[in-house]
Write a protein that binds this ligand. Structure first.
Ligand SMILES: Nc1ncnc2c1ncn2[C@@H]1O[C@H](COP(=O)(O)OP(=O)(O)O)[C@@H](O)[C@H]1O
Ligand SMILES: [Mg+2]
Length: 338
């Protein structure tokens, strides 16, 4: 199979990205010499203050990309640059220090927190590990401020342990803990998927207002189209370890061109997706095995437009118009379906 670079990089001439990843490849050993091709040549840029959404169904490699970005574990190949620093290839000590500038919020906030520790110590974990001198002063004041910033009342939660909090409160503690390290980039991996619907909106709102106020960049990973679309400036759609489309989230339901993105949008209830995708076919069968991805275009086995060309050649990710890239043989650069 030919390897084609896939990229979600921003506009030419724009300021240098806060986060840049190039050609990330992650393969997991699967016994008997086989490999899971979890991420196969993914590139992306996130500008300062921008939110890039990563969308795709379960198993397409979203979390693996998120973990490769923070180098836990590092990708098998490819590079990650945070600000001006190339993380890939740093010595372990330097990497740990540089990595503090990029914090990750996980799907399950309860298991992300040590059950034996109190909230005040959980929130202070970063400075207690990383800080020295001034950085570790004023623990009580700064911990309380961090809790207030995420909408928690310090007097109520300071002394509690994770099991004495709700899921939403635990996620707020995780966010407070991440923000206390004053990161430049926040990676959120399905941060609301384990929460009640009523709490989801509150946490999304908190993430959105916090990143905007602090000018933080965010990579927001989720399988839920409407969640990703609402919180992101741009959306990168992944399928079986590759990027198939990158586009602005505004007007995404009208502008999406890749058949897979259109299937994802068509799976939304009409009221949530707006007009424009009603004629698309229903989503067909399951994701093929990442142990032996289809030749050519990985989406071809489920694609309503697939032809022989799709099994023979991998479609490159091409600019369709500024800020919009699509990897499909059947989408022309002017945006007309072939
Ligand atoms: N530690 C691992 N060992 C083996 N396979 C893994 C591991 N983590 C993820 N995978 C596989 O890699 C693929 C991508 O997984 P993941 O990145 O978790 O996808 P997503 O977050 O989109 O659901 C899946 O096929 C998954 O089963
Ligand atoms: Mg995941």
């Amino acid at each position: 199979m030919t390897s084609t670079r896939t990229t979600a990089t921003g506009e030419r001439g724009a300021p240098p990205p806060a986060l840049h990843a190039q050609d990330l490849v992650v393969e997991y050993p699967a016994g008997r010499g086989r490999k899971v091709h979890a991420v196969s040549g993914v590139s992306l840029d996130v500008a300062a203050g921008e939110t890039l959404g990563i969308l795709g169904e379960s198993g397409c490699g979203k979390s693996t990309v998120g973990r490769a970005l923070i180098q836990l574990p590092p990708p098998d190949s490819g590079t990650v640059r945070l600000g001006g620093v190339t993380l890939t290839g740093l010595a372990p000590g330097e990497l740990r220090r540089a990595r503090a500038r990029m914090q990750i919020i996980m799907q399950d906030p309860v298991s992300a927190l040590n059950p034996r520790r109190r909230v005040k110590d959980l929130v202070w974990e970063g400075p207690s590990i990383w800080g020295s001198g001034d950085a570790t002063r004023d623990k009580d004041t700064r911990t309380d401020d961090a809790l207030r910033d995420v909408g928690l009342d310090p007097a109520t939660v300071r002394e509690r342990r994770p099991h004495e909090l709700s899921g939403g409160q635990c996620q707020r503690v995780c966010i407070a803990r991440a923000l206390l390290l004053d990161p430049e980039v926040l990676i959120c991996d399905e941060p609301v998927s384990s929460l009640d619907v009523s709490v989801q909106a509150q946490i999304l709102n908190l993430l959105e207002t916090t990143t905007r106020r602090r000018g933080l960049s965010m990579v927001f990973i989720a399988h839920d189209v409407s969640v990703v679309k609402n919180i992101s400036d741009r959306v990168m759609v992944m399928y079986l370890g590759k990027v198939c489309e990158v586009l602005p989230s505004d007007g995404m339901q009208h502008e999406a061109l890749h058949p897979y993105t259109r299937l994802l949008l068509a799976s939304l209830p009409q009221a949530r997706r707006g007009p424009g995708t009603a004629g698309d076919p229903a989503p067909p069968a399951e994701l093929p095995s990442p142990l032996s991805p289809p030749s050519g275009c990985r989406f071809r086995t489920r694609c309503p437009l697939a032809t022989d060309l799709c099994s023979q050649q991998e479609p490159p990710l091409r600019d369709i118009r500024p800020g919009h890239r699509v990897a499909c043989h059947h989408v022309e650069p002017k945006g007309n379906h072939a």
